[in-house]
Design a protein around this ligand. Structure first.
Ligand code: CO8
Length: 257
């Protein structure tokens, strides 16, 4: 399928999505959302795809929601259409999604990166929630996911001042999992995604569910949830294969069942 705002490719078992609105630093508008839903949907039904990488350009992952699209809207417009709620579908992707961030990840761009399972940052990356400078606040989860990721002090600093932080600060405070040279960003993200895609799909999906549950529940409930998932994986052929392969000193051949 041809996309207007995305470049979508497959690299063996990995789906690669590049945001592609260079004239607007990949600002997120309704077309980007509709096309991202389409691209995610096609990768999710494709059994050969085990993980997804979402990236932008060298200059910008995404410089936020499209301010030109939002500027004329009034309260009734955004309330009646439940503006932004469509992004929840992107956050609920079942297959693992890695954000590969180079350049600006601001406002909705930072929030989109945080909807992914983890963020690999180029050394040029800049993160921020500058909505306050526009007379609004983060609306795609910035006040919630950022606070969970980096804690109250750093989140308040970023959300109240609208300042940007560089990749090193983002790594120090736990927003990004690793920093790589800008010219190696997509290669490193694809390699991480390929590793994930090579593993047993049920265990990958359950690992993602278990980690996400940690943000939603008590320790006791989270531990119970983890244990039940752990037990259930002993019903898979891949658990037998993975452990047999270890004992026999060979590579496992997973069947994703
Ligand atoms: N929306 C629309 N257009 C944008 C955006 C944006 N967020 N960001 C950049 N652009 C456009 C510029 O208008 C410019 O277009 P033109 O050449 O036609 O004037 C082009 O991209 C290049 O931008 P600049 O010339 O400004 O490039 P610079 O390198 O000088 O500056 C910056 C780069 C610092 C990133 C600057 O562009 C900037 O500050 N951008 C806005 C950042 C921002 O405020 N983001 C938050 C937006 S609000 C938001 O995200 C709310 C999220 C919740 C709602 C989600 C709904 C989807």
């Amino acid at each position: 399928m041809a996309y207007e705002t995305l470049i979508v490719e497959t690299h063996e078992a990995v789906g690669l999505i590049r945001l592609n609105r260079p004239q607007a630093l990949n600002a997120l508008n309704s077309t980007v959302l509709a096309e991202l839903k389409q691209a995610y949907g096609s990768f999710h039904v494709d059994e050969t795809i085990g993980a997804i990488v979402l990236t932008g350009s060298e200059k910008a992952f995404a410089a936020g929601a499209d301010i030109k699209e939002m500027q004329p809207l009034d309260f009734a417009d955004v309330y009646k259409s439940d503006f932004i709620s469509g992004w929840d579908e992107i956050a609920k992707a079942r297959k693992p999604v890695i954000a590969a961030v180079s350049g600006f990840a601001l406002g909705g761009g930072c929030e989109l990166a945080m909807m992914c399972d983890f963020i690999i940052a180029a050394d040029t990356a800049k993160f921020g929630q500058p909505e306050i400078t526009l007379g609004i606040i983060p609306g795609m989860g910035g006040s919630q996911r950022l606070t969970r990721a980096v804690g109250k002090a750093k989140a308040m600093d970023l959300v109240l001042t609208g300042r940007m932080m560089d990749a090193a600060e983002a790594e120090r405070c736990g927003l990004v999992s690793r920093i790589v040279p800008a010219d190696k960003l997509v290669e490193e993200a694809l390699a991480a995604a390929a590793k994930i895609a090579s593993l047993s799909r049920p265990s990958v999906l359950m690992a993602k569910e278990a980690v996400n549950r940690a943000l939603e529940t008590t320790l006791e409930e989270g531990l119970r949830f983890e244990r039940r998932l752990f037990h259930s994986l002993f019903a898979t052929e891949d658990q037998k294969e993975g452990m047999a392969a270890f004992i026999e000193k060979r590579k496992p051949v997973f069947k994703n069942r």
